[in-house]
Design a protein around this ligand. Structure first.
Ligand code: FES
Length: 157
Protein backbone atom coordinates (compact mmCIF):
# COMPACT_ATOMS: atom_id res chain seq x y z
CA UNK A 1 0.00 0.00 0.00
CA UNK A 2 1.40 3.37 -0.98
CA UNK A 3 1.64 6.31 1.35
CA UNK A 4 -1.16 8.01 -0.62
CA UNK A 5 -3.40 4.94 -0.21
CA UNK A 6 -2.76 4.85 3.56
CA UNK A 7 -3.69 8.53 3.89
CA UNK A 8 -6.85 8.01 1.83
CA UNK A 9 -7.84 5.05 4.02
CA UNK A 10 -7.30 7.09 7.20
CA UNK A 11 -9.38 9.95 5.78
CA UNK A 12 -12.20 7.50 5.17
CA UNK A 13 -12.00 6.21 8.74
CA UNK A 14 -12.09 9.75 10.12
CA UNK A 15 -15.16 10.59 8.04
CA UNK A 16 -16.89 7.45 9.28
CA UNK A 17 -16.03 8.27 12.90
CA UNK A 18 -17.41 11.80 12.54
CA UNK A 19 -20.57 10.49 10.96
CA UNK A 20 -21.06 7.98 13.76
CA UNK A 21 -20.51 10.62 16.44
CA UNK A 22 -23.08 12.90 14.87
CA UNK A 23 -25.65 10.14 14.80
CA UNK A 24 -25.00 9.34 18.47
CA UNK A 25 -25.51 12.97 19.46
CA UNK A 26 -28.85 13.12 17.67
CA UNK A 27 -29.95 9.93 19.36
CA UNK A 28 -29.02 11.22 22.81
CA UNK A 29 -30.84 14.48 22.11
CA UNK A 30 -33.98 12.66 21.08
CA UNK A 31 -33.88 10.29 24.01
CA UNK A 32 -33.30 12.74 26.83
CA UNK A 33 -34.99 15.81 28.17
CA UNK A 34 -31.86 17.71 29.05
CA UNK A 35 -31.27 18.84 25.48
CA UNK A 36 -30.99 22.49 24.59
CA UNK A 37 -33.47 23.86 22.14
CA UNK A 38 -34.79 20.57 20.89
CA UNK A 39 -38.43 19.71 20.83
CA UNK A 40 -39.38 17.03 23.35
CA UNK A 41 -42.17 14.51 23.10
CA UNK A 42 -44.66 17.14 24.19
CA UNK A 43 -43.52 19.54 21.48
CA UNK A 44 -42.16 22.12 23.92
CA UNK A 45 -38.74 23.69 23.65
CA UNK A 46 -36.28 24.96 26.18
CA UNK A 47 -33.57 27.16 24.69
CA UNK A 48 -31.52 27.38 27.89
CA UNK A 49 -32.20 24.44 30.20
CA UNK A 50 -31.69 25.32 33.86
CA UNK A 51 -29.40 23.35 36.12
CA UNK A 52 -30.80 20.22 37.62
CA UNK A 53 -32.85 17.22 36.64
CA UNK A 54 -35.69 17.44 34.15
CA UNK A 55 -38.69 15.83 35.82
CA UNK A 56 -40.97 16.12 32.81
CA UNK A 57 -43.94 18.25 31.85
CA UNK A 58 -45.24 20.82 34.31
CA UNK A 59 -48.70 19.43 33.57
CA UNK A 60 -47.68 16.29 35.49
CA UNK A 61 -47.85 18.33 38.71
CA UNK A 62 -51.33 19.90 38.94
CA UNK A 63 -52.15 22.40 41.66
CA UNK A 64 -53.04 20.80 44.95
CA UNK A 65 -51.22 17.55 44.31
CA UNK A 66 -48.02 15.88 45.48
CA UNK A 67 -46.10 13.54 43.23
CA UNK A 68 -43.16 11.31 44.01
CA UNK A 69 -40.79 11.42 41.04
CA UNK A 70 -37.39 9.75 41.20
CA UNK A 71 -36.02 10.73 44.62
CA UNK A 72 -38.13 13.88 44.92
CA UNK A 73 -41.57 14.96 46.01
CA UNK A 74 -42.88 17.59 43.59
CA UNK A 75 -45.96 19.64 44.38
CA UNK A 76 -47.84 22.77 43.49
CA UNK A 77 -49.82 24.99 45.83
CA UNK A 78 -51.47 28.39 45.37
CA UNK A 79 -48.07 30.15 45.29
CA UNK A 80 -46.36 27.81 42.84
CA UNK A 81 -44.24 24.72 42.43
CA UNK A 82 -41.91 23.30 45.04
CA UNK A 83 -39.85 20.16 45.48
CA UNK A 84 -38.11 18.42 48.32
CA UNK A 85 -36.14 15.26 48.74
CA UNK A 86 -37.89 11.93 49.17
CA UNK A 87 -34.88 10.63 51.10
CA UNK A 88 -35.77 10.31 54.76
CA UNK A 89 -33.58 12.32 57.10
CA UNK A 90 -33.52 9.53 59.68
CA UNK A 91 -31.48 6.85 57.91
CA UNK A 92 -31.88 7.51 54.21
CA UNK A 93 -34.81 5.35 53.12
CA UNK A 94 -37.00 6.62 50.29
CA UNK A 95 -40.35 7.71 51.71
CA UNK A 96 -43.65 6.37 50.40
CA UNK A 97 -45.64 8.29 47.78
CA UNK A 98 -47.53 11.11 49.50
CA UNK A 99 -51.13 10.77 50.54
CA UNK A 100 -53.71 13.09 48.95
CA UNK A 101 -53.09 15.64 51.72
CA UNK A 102 -49.33 15.53 51.07
CA UNK A 103 -48.36 13.61 54.18
CA UNK A 104 -45.61 11.10 53.57
CA UNK A 105 -44.64 8.07 55.61
CA UNK A 106 -41.23 6.47 55.74
CA UNK A 107 -41.89 2.76 56.05
CA UNK A 108 -38.43 1.96 57.41
CA UNK A 109 -38.97 3.24 60.95
CA UNK A 110 -42.25 5.14 60.83
CA UNK A 111 -41.25 8.76 60.41
CA UNK A 112 -43.99 10.95 58.99
CA UNK A 113 -43.66 14.26 57.13
CA UNK A 114 -46.26 16.81 56.09
CA UNK A 115 -46.85 18.13 52.58
CA UNK A 116 -44.06 20.67 52.98
CA UNK A 117 -41.53 18.15 54.28
CA UNK A 118 -41.79 19.07 57.97
CA UNK A 119 -41.51 16.26 60.53
CA UNK A 120 -44.85 15.19 61.96
CA UNK A 121 -43.54 12.09 63.71
CA UNK A 122 -40.05 10.73 64.44
CA UNK A 123 -37.63 9.13 64.70
CA UNK A 124 -36.57 11.59 61.96
CA UNK A 125 -35.60 14.87 63.60
CA UNK A 126 -34.96 16.98 60.51
CA UNK A 127 -37.34 18.05 57.73
CA UNK A 128 -37.00 16.93 54.11
CA UNK A 129 -34.73 19.39 52.29
CA UNK A 130 -36.28 21.62 49.62
CA UNK A 131 -34.48 22.27 46.33
CA UNK A 132 -34.70 24.96 43.67
CA UNK A 133 -37.36 24.42 41.01
CA UNK A 134 -37.20 26.01 37.56
CA UNK A 135 -39.56 25.84 34.61
CA UNK A 136 -38.43 25.84 30.99
CA UNK A 137 -40.14 24.85 27.77
CA UNK A 138 -43.06 23.38 29.67
CA UNK A 139 -40.86 21.10 31.76
CA UNK A 140 -40.01 21.23 35.46
CA UNK A 141 -36.42 21.01 36.68
CA UNK A 142 -35.20 20.31 40.21
CA UNK A 143 -31.66 21.29 41.17
CA UNK A 144 -30.53 19.27 44.17
CA UNK A 145 -27.29 21.25 44.25
CA UNK A 146 -29.30 24.31 45.30
CA UNK A 147 -31.04 23.98 48.64
CA UNK A 148 -33.80 26.50 49.33
CA UNK A 149 -36.00 27.47 52.25
CA UNK A 150 -39.15 25.38 52.73
CA UNK A 151 -41.28 28.44 51.93
CA UNK A 152 -39.74 28.91 48.47
CA UNK A 153 -42.14 28.56 45.54
CA UNK A 154 -41.65 28.88 41.78
CA UNK A 155 -44.72 30.55 40.29
CA UNK A 156 -46.40 28.82 37.38
CA UNK A 157 -45.62 30.74 34.17
S1 FES B 1 -35.12 5.91 57.55
FE1 FES B 1 -37.04 6.86 57.58
S2 FES B 1 -37.77 6.51 59.56
FE2 FES B 1 -35.82 5.60 59.56
Amino acid sequence: MTRREVLAALAGLTAAACSSSSTTTVSQTDGGDTDAGAADAGGSTCANPPAGTNLGPVSSYPAGTWTKKNSYIVAQDAKGFFAFTAICTHSGCIVNPPATNGDTLCACHGSKFDGNGAVLQGPAALPLQHFAVALCGGDLYVDDNMSVDAATRTPAA
